[in-house]
Write a protein that binds this ligand. Structure first.
Ligand code: PEP
Ligand code: MG
Length: 540
């Protein structure tokens, strides 16, 4: 048996086989070829294989997710037959007498740079497609396999690290747990594991070897331990631990339907955070009073192109209808930093956490923002939707947002499309600037929701993604708590309500502190709703 210690991200015990996530790390070298004719033929064969793979994917997608979503695979096939694209590859092979891999990679870079430089958002989105489809050909030429082989049974996913975009694309019904070499407890992959209710251990280091692929393993998400090829004694102990955990969860079931009220009668709303429609099941199962944060950017992360207004409308409507009148707070697009989407064509930045992200993208690319707002205002007809804006630093930003909303409503009205007029609006308090001007901001909006993950990062000047700094990243720091207190006082002074939707909201050591501050709401991962209710009911 091999025992590796890491950091716990989410409790629970899972037992199953390890499946290593393979990432494409091929290096494309430029090499001279004598027989250019044979090289061109080698490319054409790889291209034909790619086209037939795409045909199969199209048929599969057509059955599974419908024509609109399958279309992308048809577009990719067309790209591979595009005359300009083929001519560029042939030219490079013949005139420079080089290998097909180099010719494809160079053409992909040139074409995607050309698309990315165009003004039109749709054409910019094509940059990622050219890259994607060229990667497929390169994989065939290099003989590499990427991503996950078809998961036939539920597995423990092992990886060096997982990007949020990779995590959201996994078939969640087949994931027993996550075990990664690197990663920080505050990263979005860690947050996703919590939302998905999946035991996870990160920071296991290089001892997590590829050769364990296919081996039996146990994740102890409570202690942050991974056991590979467990002996009988460990297996027995872990099975017992799992049973106990399930018993505890069954006890919490008795709290369903009960109020979130302290012994002295103080009430607080307990809502849940989600990233996806598929999380709604656990929200309902855990009896959350509403949704305090729907991270809408995951919709963008799952897609290969900008989600259309109709696509978004369908998702928001479904969430609103499923929650049947309960509050659903949808946060507008928070792309950037660790949440990267190729088709946005964002440039690499020195300091992405301090960079072009979230509302900064929305305010400078209003066509993207307006599509989302139109979908939200339309969907609001079907339930109790509130809209929340991330990364706010000034009153000016909020006023600009309101102007754009007014334009969106005007457009919907003139097109005769039904929408809701009086949607509740709020902002995230996740920058020290927003705290310092919170009195003014509170006059502009209906509510605040404190994003403690980013607020801690920006207050303490600690990159939440940097696992080396996990021991310094202290969300209990008095500076962070003073920020929350100040935002709460200013919100209430102006008649706005305030909650927390960052991970700190689920920290049971601070529940009494938050109650004393008079917070109106705490929004936590679905599995934390009942433990939090228990803690509230035990408080004075
Ligand atoms: C936060 O920053 O606390 C938050 C809730 O947003 P995210 O974790 O998605 O940045
Ligand atoms: Mg944030």
């Amino acid at each position: 048996m091999v025992t590796i210690s890491g950091k716990s991200v989410f409790g629970g015990v899972s037992i199953g086989k390890i499946l290593f996530y393979k990432r494409n790390d091929k290096v494309i070298k430029r090499t001279h070829v004598d027989d250019v004719e044979a090289e061109w033929k080698r490319f054409q064969e790889a291209k034909d294989t790619a086209v037939s793979q795409l045909k199969t994917l199209y048929d599969k997608a057509l059955e599974g997710v419908g024509e609109a979503n399958a279309m992308i695979f048809e577009i990719h096939q067309m790209m591979l037959e595009d005359l300009d694209y083929l001519e560029s590859i042939e030219n490079i092979i013949r005139t420079q007498e080089v290998n097909a891999e180099y010719a494809v990679a160079t053409t992909a870079d040139n074409f995607s740079a050309m698309f990315a430089a165009m003004d039109d958002a749709y054409m910019q989105g094509r940059a990622a497609d050219v890259k994607d489809v060229s990667e497929r050909v390169l994989d065939i030429l290099c003989g590499v396999d990427t991503g996950l082989v078809e998961m036939t049974e539920p597995c423990i996913i092992a990886a060096d690290d997982l990007a949020p975009s990779e995590t959201v694309q996994l078939d969640k019904s087949k994931v027993l747990g996550f075990a990664t070499m690197y990663g920080s407890s505050n990263s979005h992959t860690a947050i996703l594991a919590r939302t998905m209710n999946i035991p996870a251990v990160i920071g296991l280091g290089p001892e997590l070897l590829q050769e364990y692929d296919g081996h039996e393993a146990i994740i102890d998400g409570f202690s942050g331990t991974l056991y590979i090829d467990p002996d009988e004694e460990t297996m027995r102990k872990m099975q017992e631990k799992r049973e106990k955990d399930l018993e505890q969860k069954a006890l919490l079931e008795q709290l369903k339907g009960k109020e979130n009220v302290t012994k002295s009668g103080q009430k607080i709303n307990v809502y849940a955070n989600i990233g996806n429609v598929s999380d709604l099941g656990t929200v309902l199962k855990n009896d959350a009073g509403g949704i305090g944060l729907f991270r809408s950017e995951f919709l963008y992360l799952e897609n290969t192109d900008f989600p259309t207004e109709e696509q978004q409308f369908a998702v928001y409507k479904k969430v609103a209808e499923t929650m049947a009148g309960k509050k659903v707070i949808i946060r507008t697009l928070d792309i950037g930093a660790d949440k990267q989407v190729d088709y946005f064509g964002l440039e690499k930045e020195e300091n992405p956490a301090l960079g072009y992200r979230a509302i900064r993208i929305c305010l400078t690319r209003p066509e993207i923002f307006k599509t989302q707002l139109r979908a939200l205002y339309r969907a609001a007809v079907y339930g109790n939707i509130s809209i929340m804006f991330p990364m706010i630093i000034s009153v000016g930003e909020v006023r600009r947002i309101k102007e754009i909303i007014a334009e969106v409503k005007e457009e919907l009205k003139s097109e005769g499309i039904p929408y809701r007029e009086d949607v509740e609006l709020g902002i995230m308090i996740e920058t020290p600037a927003s705290v310092m001007v919170s009195r003014e901001l509170a006059k502009e909006v209906d509510f605040f929701s404190v994003g403690t993950n980013d607020l801690t990062q920006y207050t303490l000047a600690i990159d939440r993604q940097n696992s080396k700094l996990d021991e310094f990243y202290d969300p209990h720091h008095p500076a962070v708590l003073a920020m929350i207190q100040m935002a709460a006082e200013n919100a209430h002074a102006e008649g706005a309500w305030i909650g927390i939707c960052g991970e700190l909201g689920a920290d049971l050591e601070l529940t009494e502190t938050f109650l004393k501050m008079g917070l109106d709401e705490l929004s936590v991962s679905p599995a934390m709703v009942l433990p939090l209710r228990k803690r509230i009911r035990e408080s004075e």
